[in-house]
Write a protein that binds this ligand. Sequence first.
Ligand code: FES
Length: 107
Amino acid sequence: MSKPQRHVFVCNQNRPAEHPRGSCAAKGSSAVLQAFWAELQKRQAYEKIAVTYSGCLGPCEKGPNVLVYPEAVLYSGVAPSDVEEIFNSHLEGGTPVARLLAPATVW
Ligand code: FES
């Protein structure tokens, strides 16, 4: 395995339905994670991009949250339909998707 240029962490934290913080899993993060993996496979971009699921990234109420390094860009409210744009613009194009950036108040 080579060192990836970008590493995507998709929060897949789950919590009980009555938990006050909620969770990204309850907001559909598993489908987002599957969309990232499917896009990675479609593009055969394994040498330059890594996708890993993670636990809680912090701003649960804004989820599903996705964190990209090395830029430390946090996306919030990500849907499966956003994944292709994130690949095109940011992961392969180098320009983060402004409309999905987490608010400055949380990141
Ligand atoms: S549960 Fe995803 S950020 Fe907290």
